[in-house]
Design a protein around this ligand. Structure first.
Ligand code: SF4
Length: 321
């Protein structure tokens, strides 16, 4: 069953001219993105820094206002909601941030941080129920409930991320946007947090939109993966298909950079020339053409549509087969 449907979503940020102080250009952070996410699924969102994946994740849950397009959550277009109607829906979608310390108020105890979310949405009938719920949540994320009166700085990075997860869980969401939730953590702690997220998903029927630049992490947790380049989706398929047989030249380059554990496995690295172009003035035709190793003449003028090359495997490339 669809939980989330994103249709032709665009997020353009106005760029002010230095002299005229008015927007003369737009930064196309998300440029006509569409996808469907099933309930209980983890959908990975990957791409280089600046490809628009974080803006897409935030706009899906209305932390960033979409410029156009729609976001259907449980069949309802939440991109049109405002005021109390939006506030009432907000508890169904939460976010876990990359920097667990920066996203936790250092002046609040863990009990206050988690309790605040419960209070805002009036999810406990009295203080005893509130306290019990906080205790349960701390246990769920593997923290000691007797530490509820401690402050964020008294915890390690991994423990702080667990507090952020408990805060997100406190309002019983259906969808959690995980924005690079492990990239600031040590590798051993990364695995613990990923395993915790998987356990919680099973226990609570959660749906994750999992944003990361590390394809190895995304492959491990996701059922399907969306690859973005310059605000657009260039490939979307099952995680295994993306990682074992990528069809878009950009995805192939990303995969070639992932370290291979098996010493006998051979994979030659594909180095892309140049930098990612500016999303303020993206290239014509296929936005990847200035860096594409197999570009041909029409790639400079014709934008490739996202075509379905195999069931559930869509690629935006004229030459992909
Ligand atoms: Fe490369 Fe052309 Fe395919 Fe774009 S459409 S990825 S430039 S081959």
């Amino acid at each position: 069953m669809n939980l989330l449907e994103v249709r032709n979503l665009k997020v353009y940020f106005p760029v002010q001219h230095r002299l005229f102080r008015r927007a003369t250009q737009f930064l196309r952070a998300v440029d006509d993105v569409s996808f469907i996410q099933n309930a209980g699924e983890t959908l990975g969102l990957v791409g280089e820094s600046g490809c628009g994946k974080t803006t897409l994740g935030r706009s899906v849950i209305r932390l960033v206002e979409p410029t156009s397009g729609s976001v259907l959550f449980e069949g309802e277009d939440i991109s049109r909601l405002s005021g109390s109607a939006l506030r009432a829906r907000r508890r169904k979608f939460q976010m876990i941030f990359q920097d667990p310390y920066g996203s936790l108020d250092p002046r609040m105890t863990v009990e206050q941080i988690i309790g605040e979310a419960i209070d805002i949405h009036k999810l406990a009938q009295n203080s005893a129920a509130r306290g019990k719920r906080i205790e349960e949540l701390l246990k769920d994320v593997g923290l000691d409930p007797t530490h509820a009166q401690r402050y964020p700085h008294e915890f390690s990075g991994g423990q702080r991320q667990r507090i952020g997860i408990a805060r997100a869980l406190a309002v019983e969401p259906r969808l959690i946007v995980c924005d690079e939730p492990v990239s600031a953590l040590d590798v051993s702690v990364q695995a613990q947090i990923i395993n915790l997220l998987k356990d919680l998903q099973r226990a609570h029927g959660l749906t994750y939109l999992f944003i990361a630049h590390d394809l190895a992490v995304v492959e491990h947790i996701s059922e399907r993966i969306v690859v973005m380049y310059l605000g657009k989706v260039v490939e979307l398929a099952a995680a295994r298909a993306i990682c074992r047989s990528p069809r878009h030249p950009y995805t192939q380059a990303l995969i070639s950079a992932v370290p291979v554990v098996d010493p006998d496995a051979k994979r030659s690295r594909i180095f892309l020339p140049g930098e990612v172009p500016s999303p303020i003035d993206p290239p014509s035709g296929c936005p990847f053409h200035p860096r594409c190793p197999i570009a041909e003449a029409r790639c400079k003028t014709e934008a490739p549509p996202l075509r379905e090359l195999a069931p559930g495997h869509r690629v935006a490339c004229h030459l992909a087969k």
